[in-house]
Design a protein around this ligand. Sequence first.
Ligand code: SF4
Length: 487
Amino acid sequence: MSWLTQANACPGVFYGTRAQDGFLLRIRIPAGTLHLNQLKVIANLLTTLQCDQVQVTNRANLQIRGVQRAIDLSELNQLQAVGLAATHPQTDHLRNLMASPTAGIDSEELLDTRPCIQQIDQFLQQHPEYGELSAKFSIGLDGGGSVGIGTRSPVAWEHRLNDVQLTAIQTNQQEIPFLLQLAVKKQLIDTGYIITSDQLLPTIASLTAIYYEYSNQEAKAGRQGKPRLHSLIENLGLEQFLQVIQERSQQSLETTQQSLPVSRPYRQFGCYPQSNPDLFYLGIRSFLGQITGSQLTALIKILEALNCQEIRLTPWQSLIIPNLNKSEVIEAQQRFQELGFATTAKEPVIIACAGHPVCQAAIAPTQPLAERLQQAIDQVCRVLDPINIHISACSKFCAQSSPAEITILAADSPEEQKPNERYNIFFGDSARFDRISGPSLSFHQVISFITEVLKRYQEYRQSTSESLVQFLLRSQFDLNAIVPVLL
Ligand code: SF4
């Protein structure tokens, strides 16, 4: 297979990464905004690649699995023509720009971040030399509204980390600035520095230039792999790093004591009024963010009928359909439900990595487990909340880095036997595992066990505001006591 750029740790459209079912391609969508004409190009690409589905990722991008050939030049030209691929192939992986999916329509946002995203995207695209940077370099912009990326949500599993996080914040200044946070040791560190819209591009430009120089130094020193931004920050120290950025951009950044506004959990799912109260957005989701070719074609038809020109992908692997009139909401909900999408925030959100046999690092299957678990929950439980269940086949947790309410992790196999269909279960969302460990179970036991726990939670919780973990802690629920019932 010959690709147009060198292979990278992360897939793109100019190069695919090998998996057991073929190659994996990723189309990066800055801020997750997709226009109708782009959706049509993607639907067409699925047909020509003979792939049956596309998946929304946890960075609000799209990926196609099981690809058996490299994209050809005419397909690439089409992607570039509609803005789905970078003009310079070597910078395609820098389109890791995440924004709140309700940017510009959020009824509570302080700032519309879309123009800033566009500026940063253009800047990075104009610097092909930055293609040397790690494919994981990422920037997040959050307008401070009801749907927040970063760590503003009180529900930990909704958190989404980027190397650089900029969140609009209310200060005593007239203009709304961004608070700068930087990712170090898998956490966002609040720098206390604020950046106005005018300072934004010079700050990003100097930060990227310094990072680029560091990457080059490391390469010259013979270090393997492309360094992440956090290793530069750890090397230099946070204060020194911030000082160098200011000197390089010849600007002095102000600081604030102000804390970030809290976002509203689950506002990415369901129907809510926009900043223009005559218009509504509808958050919909499919199983594991997967959209089949026929669903995509039908989705395009519905959007055309609604005269809706764009959708937003969310970093929770779902979609937002913006700008619906009140009279269109009910019909749109019905049509998306008929198409197999959930249209409310009332069901559990299951996330699963690729697992065995697709990923070579995987010890156990995850997606078939997710599917069976979803079916069992749908049949048995009248679950009232979007409880997050994360299934991972190894501790890299690539499908979701934030802690889930229920984590199902493939158990190590002492005999290194693959697949090893045993899983450990953990409950808790405030730290990776909230120290409530469940039993180690087989594929089928996991399904019975989780549905049983959810049933009891529904039946015995004190109020609808009592979370699953609060319920387990309060009731001193004996998880292991359920297991014999399942055997
Ligand atoms: S979490 Fe581990 S097993 Fe799952 S896809 Fe990532 S690397 Fe593979």
